[in-house]
Design a protein around this ligand. Structure first.
Ligand code: SAH
Ligand code: SF4
Ligand code: F3S
Length: 446
């Protein structure tokens, strides 16, 4: 085997795991190719958060059923951990199944595959260390992910993550800070700290940093201009995090705080460990902050037992909080989860109806909120160029897309002329002139 192809599904933690897997494979002498047809080793790094996500990998594997001669197939990530060796039965052309806690053993597993191993599995979750490797191959040259905590110790009734990612393991603060400094030295300007619940971060060294302290320290690394973090669990979210954001403009004024439902009785059924009022207290901290903090969330509609009145409370919560953006999902039954046992599952059509109402309401809120930004000047960090619209693609500290035109830089050319320079990775002050539901547009201020 010489070449590999990898496709990644799921959240940022999976995206970052893939960067580590790619780095590890490259260091073992493999070459990455862009199409599965060209690869000796085809890997899928999978997500199991909802049923649809899980089905994707089996579709991919089915596409190859007949044409798999000479190739080795591997399933990594959350479906691998959840389904384990059953995957070998369901898709007999798969010969590697490995969950995220086993990636440190990838080189060993590759040796077994090279030796003709037909069913190589890495499924142990008792790995007490986070997956740290010197070989990460980062996908983006300007923005880098750093995992600070793996796994999840909560037991939300709907969620597979505690089963697919295992118990919480925090990285040491020196290890996180060394990586941040190294990234700054390499020229990265933005860091995103990752964990399923970053707020339960506990430094295992005697320094004993909590998450707010770690965040402050990463924000002080010379050369880093933006620090983001995701995801926060409301129960463990402390005011010190807001104070840290207020104290240092490097820490982005954006907090993603998944609420899931606006009804306290549904929150209890979900085992979220907070009430609506407790959640709102955290929202109030953000609204009272000196900086203008943008707030985003995740919502599940149609959780078992969710009545029309419960759903109305979620709609009312949207009015009250005025989120800058949200991700919304229909409840999906997941294996092993305690919600399977609950009564009163909501019919599929009803979930769809609620989802549409919720999304429509949020769209109106976003149009209004974004239009409030028209006329202001925001700093945009450039991520790329959109040839269709002729605009540079930027992002504000609040995590809003801000696309803009630049009179002296019409677009990325060959870099030989000033007007042909690629602005990706540069910073500009932009006057916002237009607002849509999902993005802002403007002109550079020179
Ligand atoms: N650790 C994060 C969530 C990770 S999963 C947290 O605690 O907030 C991302 C989102 O997927 C969740 O916030 C939830 O809204 C959604 N989700 C998780 N399980 C789901 C399920 N079974 N059905 C529908 N949505 C789900
Ligand atoms: Fe899932 Fe809850 Fe853990 Fe988030 S906190 S990963 S929703 S169990
Ligand atoms: Fe999906 Fe696993 Fe992330 S289930 S959302 S890839 S932790």
């Amino acid at each position: 085997m010489q070449t590999f192809y990898i496709e990644t599904f799921g959240c940022q933690m999976n995206a970052h795991d893939s960067e580590k897997v790619i780095g590890t494979l490259l260091s073992e002498g493999y070459r990455q190719v862009a199409k599965p047809e060209e690869a000796d080793l085809v890997l899928y790094n999978t997500c199991s958060i909802r049923d649809k996500a899980e089905q994707k990998v089996f579709h991919r594997l089915d596409e190859f059923k007949r044409n798999s001669q000479g190739k080795v197939f591997g399933v990594l990530g959350c479906v691998a951990q959840q389904e384990g060796e059953r995957i070998f039965e369901r898709a007999p052309h798969v010969s590697l199944v490995a969950g995220s806690a086993s990636y440190a053993k990838l080189p060993e597993m590759l040796v077994q595959l090279e030796a003709g191993g037909r069913r190589v599995a890495g499924l142990s979750l008792d790995n007490d260390q986070a997956f740290e490797t010197p070989f990460t191959k980062r996908d983006n040259p300007h923005r880098a992910y750093i995992t600070v905590i793996e796994g999840c110790d909560k037991s939300c009734a709907y969620c597979v993550v505690p089963f697919t990612r295992g118990p919480e393991r925090s990285r040491t603060s020196p290890s996180v800070l060394d990586e941040a400094r190294e990234l700054a030295r390499m020229g990265y300007a933005e860091i995103q700290l990752l964990g399923q619940n970053v707020n339960s971060y506990r430094d295992p060294t005697p320094a004993g940093f909590d998450f707010a302290r770690l965040l402050r320290s990463v924000g002080e690394v010379a050369g880093i201009r933006r620090v983001r973090f995701t995801t926060s669990h409301p129960r463990d979210f402390v005011k010190d995090i807001i104070d840290a954001i207020d104290d240092n403009p490097v820490l982005c004024n954006h907090v993603h705080l998944p609420v899931q439902s606006g009804s306290s009785s549904i929150l209890e059924r979900m085992q979220r460990l907070y009430t609506r009022d407790e959640y709102m207290r955290r929202i109030d901290w953000m609204k009272q902050a000196r900086r203008n903090i943008s707030i985003t969330t995740d919502i599940i509609v149609g959780f078992p037992g969710e009545t029309e009145a419960d759903f109305d409370q979620t709609l009312a919560l949207l009015d009250e909080v005025q989120y800058d953006s949200l991700f919304s999902f229909k409840y999906s039954r997941r294996p092993n989860t305690s919600a399977l046992e609950l009564a009163d599952h909501v019919p599929e059509e009803e979930k769809s109806r609620r989802l549409a109402i919720l999304q429509e309401k949020q769209r109106a809120i976003q149009i209004r909120r974004n239009s409030e930004a028209v006329g202001t000047i925001e700093e945009a960090f450039v991520e790329g160029y959109n040839h269709a619209t002729g605009q540079w693609i930027g992002r504000t500290s609040q995590n809003r897309p801000l696309n803009f035109v630049h009179p002296q830089h019409a677009g990325p050319g060959d870099g030989a002329t000033l007007s042909g320079a690629n602005l990706a990775g540069t910073w500009w002050n932009v006057r916002v002139t237009r607002a849509g539901a999902n993005s802002l547009a403007g002109e550079v201020v020179l």
